[in-house]
Design a protein around this ligand. Structure first.
Ligand SMILES: [Zn+2]
Length: 464
């Protein structure tokens, strides 16, 4: 037996039998919808989280502030000017600046670099339309921000991310700041994009005017931190993270009030077992993830001296769509920790698929993974008979979640943290940068790794 002392079934019961999660979700989603950095709701949510961690008895509870260029949404107007004149339902993607362009439209359907090479020569001087996925591009090799950059680099003058959702539900998500400075990047309703595509299919010339007015404001952003001390001082750390910010157009319930509620609940439950923990648990609630994975990258940058002592970083993003189904636990660096966690969780009969997988890096585990720190993200599965996520839309509200599902995920978070903290033969160690490069390259997510390494988040942090 690797795990000592702590009664894991009792710990799980501590989470499953209590009502805290529903209250936390209600406050985060309904009282502080969106929680966008630099807004009153974002600041109030940060204060609420700090207060709750103190109330739950954590030590060293504090806000780690940093100056951020917070993007602020302004007016947008997108209209077809040929072959017909009609307004399009659309919104600027976060980090888009102010622009006014007129150009012809080209649709670029691609999911690999090879396919892109065939299309790239056709996009110069045009507005590029790409199809969007309502889930965070799980298992897809090239995501929104990367496609926008590729389009801009190839000479496109605009980028449109077409929602896969019906009903003129728009799908948004950030682009890199310099891409948004260079060209207008917008979300467009699937129905409106389909009308343009029909005109193109009939051989018509299709042109748009896109006008966006947005700004960046200097604000103080806060990651919220608290600890449950375990073992002797100087023993290793386990980091537990989730981002509390959501998109400005919705409530950010699934993405990621659900993960934040899991973290608060695991913190509440585990603080009662502080004498039984072999490692210190540090809970970090990140901000500005939706602006471009900013808060967690700042955290890793500010805590570089501690990275060797981190056993594991557990991130939770998007859980609780359903009260059953197998959760998905993705560990980008793979290695022996995958087998260890799979064995321990299956021995406890928890329905969690644990694997290295091929999900992109653009989650809050990204900064840790690039530094070789063993890490993973727990999330809902996609595909199959699972309910769809409304993440990144105005419809991401609490009614789409199962409170029981979030409570179950919170129980799993508490279990995983206890397992890692108390495993006397934990096999996770920090990888060298050469090993990180090799390991990530084998995942076949080259464009995503390039983006992550490019440190575009620094362009949003003042003084970096
Ligand atoms: Zn998220």
């Amino acid at each position: 037996m690797h795990v000592r002392r702590l009664n894991l079934r009792e710990l799980l019961g501590t989470v499953l039998l209590e009502a805290e999660v529903g209250e936390t979700l209600h406050v985060l989603c309904d009282t502080f919808p969106g929680r966008w950095p630099g807004t009153p709701g974002g600041d109030a949510a940060a204060a609420y989280l700090e207060r709750k961690l103190k109330e739950y008895g954590l030590d060293n509870v504090h806000a780690e502030r940093f100056p951020l260029w917070a993007w602020k949404r302004g007016a947008v107007r997108i209209e077809a000017i040929a072959p017909f004149a009609r307004p399009l339902c659309g919104l600027a993607l976060p980090n888009t600046g102010s622009h006014d362009v007129e150009a012809e439209v080209v649709f670029a359907d691609f999911s690999s670099l090879e396919e892109w090479r065939a299309i790239a020569p056709t996009v110069r001087g045009r507005i590029v339309f790409c199809q969007g996925s309502a889930r965070k591009e799980q298992r897809l090799p090239i995501g929104r921000a990367q496609k926008a950059r590729m389009a801009a680099d190839a000479g496109a003058v605009g980028f449109a991310w077409v929602s896969e959702r019906e009903g003129r539900v728009l799908l948004i998500g950030s682009v890199e700041r310099d891409v948004g400075d260079a060209v207008p990047c917008v979300a467009v309703a699937r129905e409106d994009a389909a009308a343009l595509r029909r005109a193109l299919d009939r051989g018509r010339r299709v042109a748009l005017r896109m006008k966006t007015e947005n700004e960046f404001r200097e604000v103080q952003a806060s990651n919220i931190v608290g600890e449950v001390p375990g073992g002797r001082s100087g023993e290793p750390l386990v980091i537990a993270g989730a981002h509390y910010d959501g998109h400005d157009i919705g409530d950010g319930a699934h993405d990621d009030a659900s993960g934040t509620a899991c973290m608060l609940e695991a913190a509440r439950a585990l603080s009662r077992y502080r004498d039984d923990l072999g490692s210190t648990l540090r809970f970090v609630l990140f901000t500005a993830e939706e602006m471009g994975v900013v808060g967690s990258r700042v955290y890793v940058d500010q805590h570089e001296a501690e990275l060797d002592s981190i056993r594991f970083m557990l991130n939770v993003d998007g859980v609780g769509l359903s009260p059953d189904g197998d959760e998905y636990f993705h560990l980008p660096l793979g290695g022996p920790v995958v087998d260890r966690l799979r064995e321990e969780l299956s021995a406890l009969q928890r329905p969690i698929v644990v694997e290295q997988g091929t999900m992109p890096l653009s989650w809050d585990h990204e900064g840790f993974a690039l530094q070789g720190v063993p890490c993973g993200s727990l999330t809902d599965p996609v595909g199959g008979g699972n309910r769809k996520s409304w993440a990144h839309t105005s419809a991401d509200s609490l009614d789409k979640l199962s409170v029981d599902g979030v409570r179950r995920a919170a129980g799993h978070v508490a279990l995983i943290l206890a397992l890692v903290a108390n495993d006397s033969a934990w096999p996770g160690t920090r990888l060298s940068s050469t090993r990180v490069t090799e390991t990530l390259a084998n995942l076949g997510i080259a464009e995503d790794i390039r983006r992550a390494r490019d440190s575009s988040w620094r362009k949003l942090v003042i003084g970096r």
